[in-house]
Design a protein around this ligand. Sequence first.
Ligand SMILES: [Zn+2]
Length: 271
Amino acid sequence: MLDAHAHLQFSEFDEDIADVLVAAADVGVTGVIIADYDSALRARSCEISKRSGVWYCAGVHPWAVTDGLDVEAEVGLVAESLQDPNCVAIGELGLDWIRAKGDRLKGVQEDVFRALLDLARSQNRPIVIHCVKAEERLLAILKADGVPEAGGIMHSYSGSAEQAQQFLRLGLEISIGTSITRRNARRVLEVVKRTPMTALHIETDSPDRPPEVLDIERNEPAFLPYVAKAMANTLEISVEKVSRFSEENTRRLFDLGSATLGEVEVPHHDD
Ligand SMILES: [Zn+2]
């Protein structure tokens, strides 16, 4: 199974990133995509992604959008990162209307979103969308502006099953996070049941929101099996099957090839 979305560049992982990746590999996680937050933390994402089985995205998270942000400069930096072969997508980008209380900040979030969406379409790169309580607006923009042919995911999807169908029709796929492990996960269970298995991904969104049964603060990729198990229960299929199809989907969408976590390069002998 592959963690389609984790923030390994955050300071929560500064002390023990190597152990975190070993722990993930030990429970069967074969890879991790680091979701970008802003240009300040991008160098760290890039550095961690030099390890086998780790990739990253470049984007501007809606929480990093502030009034007065130099949108052109930020988007320019994202475009530069796309030269890096380990940079596999544009993200996060999106709208979060719990964070953006005023119309002004909502407007800046939309400007940044549209600029990154433009870049994704012109470079034909997949996108990693963050959307909280702004699904209708986001759908309207995507319908007007268009989704890159390379597609993308709605990460930690929290909208309705009906809205999910609309995102799917636009060519996007659905990534499910640890909210599926919660007792009141009715809405997300409905989404999972109605999404084709060919369009489902799994993620931890580490370090946020560990699975509910674990009474701890920090989430990490090693907890991905909790998400896979909850999805398997919902679909009444085996964890192995969820693990297999979700990984295939994520590798296909982000064109990841076959590298896995913890792979050691074998020294080449000429004899
Ligand atoms: Zn995230």
